[in-house]
Design a protein. Structure first.
Length: 373
């Protein structure tokens, strides 16, 4: 009669104690020992995955592959076997595969201190759904999270290593390594390596150091070609665009609330010009010398002469000029000063080509024609 009474007591108390006569009130089963442990079912990976409708939280110990304790974080219909971490500060690719769970089922914030994963050659471990909210440091040989409270990101060997600014990004070997300014971005090897200015953007693919001492946008290298676009910047939208009219925009030199916009002069030739001021002092003529390379560079010269009026000159002075010869021209007339302007043709342009005969190359305002033949 003693055994039935024992089981009746178990049912009434809803608690079982093994090795203890006073099981903890918060548990259904309390196993107490100072010499022995709890042995859960041991099985192969194939045996674990073959379990039919495993209960949520079911735990087994896998003996092959990535050995360790696994529990079903999914449902009986859709099992999701997740390995239990070993509790140490280091997690390697040898004991973690797939997705590493974080707090709150992979959707909440996680705090990891001194955690290192991988060694540069091991498989990547994915952290899904983590809300870091702090600074992430990713070294070339290890992946590590450093809690600094700066809400910044650093990826690469020595990137953002010392005194990285608030809301800053450093990606690449030694990018933003030391004293990177607040709200700055450094991408590329040694971009903004030392004392990068706050509120600056540096993109570096040159293989050499590139830094900024002021806020702004810095990039190296920049390729130039015949098809390049003219860049313009919109101060209101912070947008970089290109202008087909080949204009340039600068701050107005005398009106602080205005811009100054100038456009390129266009014509049916590739032209050059030279200008200056000269004076006739012998009531006969004066020779104006052009640069000594002009005749080798250009041809088909034209000259404009504009007299300069003063109170002591004859307002009816008329000047005439010779043609350009030997990189010089001669102006004839009475004593007085004048402005001169020389235009010349540097190259010919086919002004009205047939679309069927040519192809258009380049883009933006700088397009060019090439023959289809």
């Amino acid at each position: 009669m003693l055994l039935p009474l024992f089981f009746a007591g178990l049912t009434a108390n809803a608690q079982v104690g093994i090795g203890t006569s006073a099981p903890d009130a918060s548990t259904m089963l309390d196993i107490t020992s100072t010499a022995k442990g709890l042995l859960v079912p041991r099985m192969l990976s194939s045996e674990r995955t073959a379990i039919t409708s495993p209960a949520i939280g079911l735990i087994v110990f896998q003996t092959d592959g990535t050995a360790g304790f696994y529990y079903n974080a999914g449902t009986p219909i859709s099992p999701n076997w997740v390995i239990l971490l070993n509790g140490g500060s280091s997690v390697s690719a040898s004991n973690v595969t797939g997705t590493l769970p974080v707090d709150n089922g992979g959707t909440g914030a996680s705090t990891l201190t001194g955690m290192v994963m991988g060694n540069g050659t091991s498989a990547m471990t994915t952290l899904a759904g983590a809300n870091w909210g702090e600074t992430l440091h990713w070294n070339s040989s290890t992946v590590a999270w450093e809690i600094t409270g700066t809400s910044s990101l650093a990826i690469g060997n020595s990137a953002g290593q010392s005194n990285q600014g608030i809301n800053s990004v450093a990606i690449g070997n030694s990018a933003g390594q030391s004293n990177q300014g607040d709200n700055s971005v450094a991408i590329g090897s040694t971009a903004g390596a030392i004392n990068q200015a706050a509120n600056s953007i540096i993109l570096n693919a040159s293989g050499s150091d590139l830094n900024s001492s002021t806020s702004g946008f810095f990039v190296n290298p920049m390729r130039a070609s015949s098809g390049s676009k003219i860049l313009t910047y919109d101060n209101a939208t912070s947008e970089i665009t290109y202008d087909n009219t080949k204009t340039f925009v600068i701050d107005h030199p005398t009106k602080s609330d205005s811009y100054l916009v100038h456009a390129c002069l266009e014509g049916p030739e590739a032209g050059v010009y030279y200008r200056g001021e000269a004076k006739v002092g012998n009531n006969k003529s004066v020779t104006v010398q052009l640069p000594d390379y002009v005749s080798a560079l250009a041809s088909n010269f034209s000259i404009q002469i504009t007299p300069i009026y003063t109170d002591d000159t004859d307002g009816s002075i008329v000047y005439s000029t010779s043609r350009v010869k030997g990189n010089a021209f001669t102006v004839h007339g009475k004593n007085g000063s004048f402005y001169w302007l020389v235009y010349a043709q540097r190259g010919k342009v086919e002004v009205e080509p047939k679309k069927s005969d040519v192809q258009v190359g380049g883009d933006g305002p700088y397009k060019y024609i090439k023959s289809r033949k």
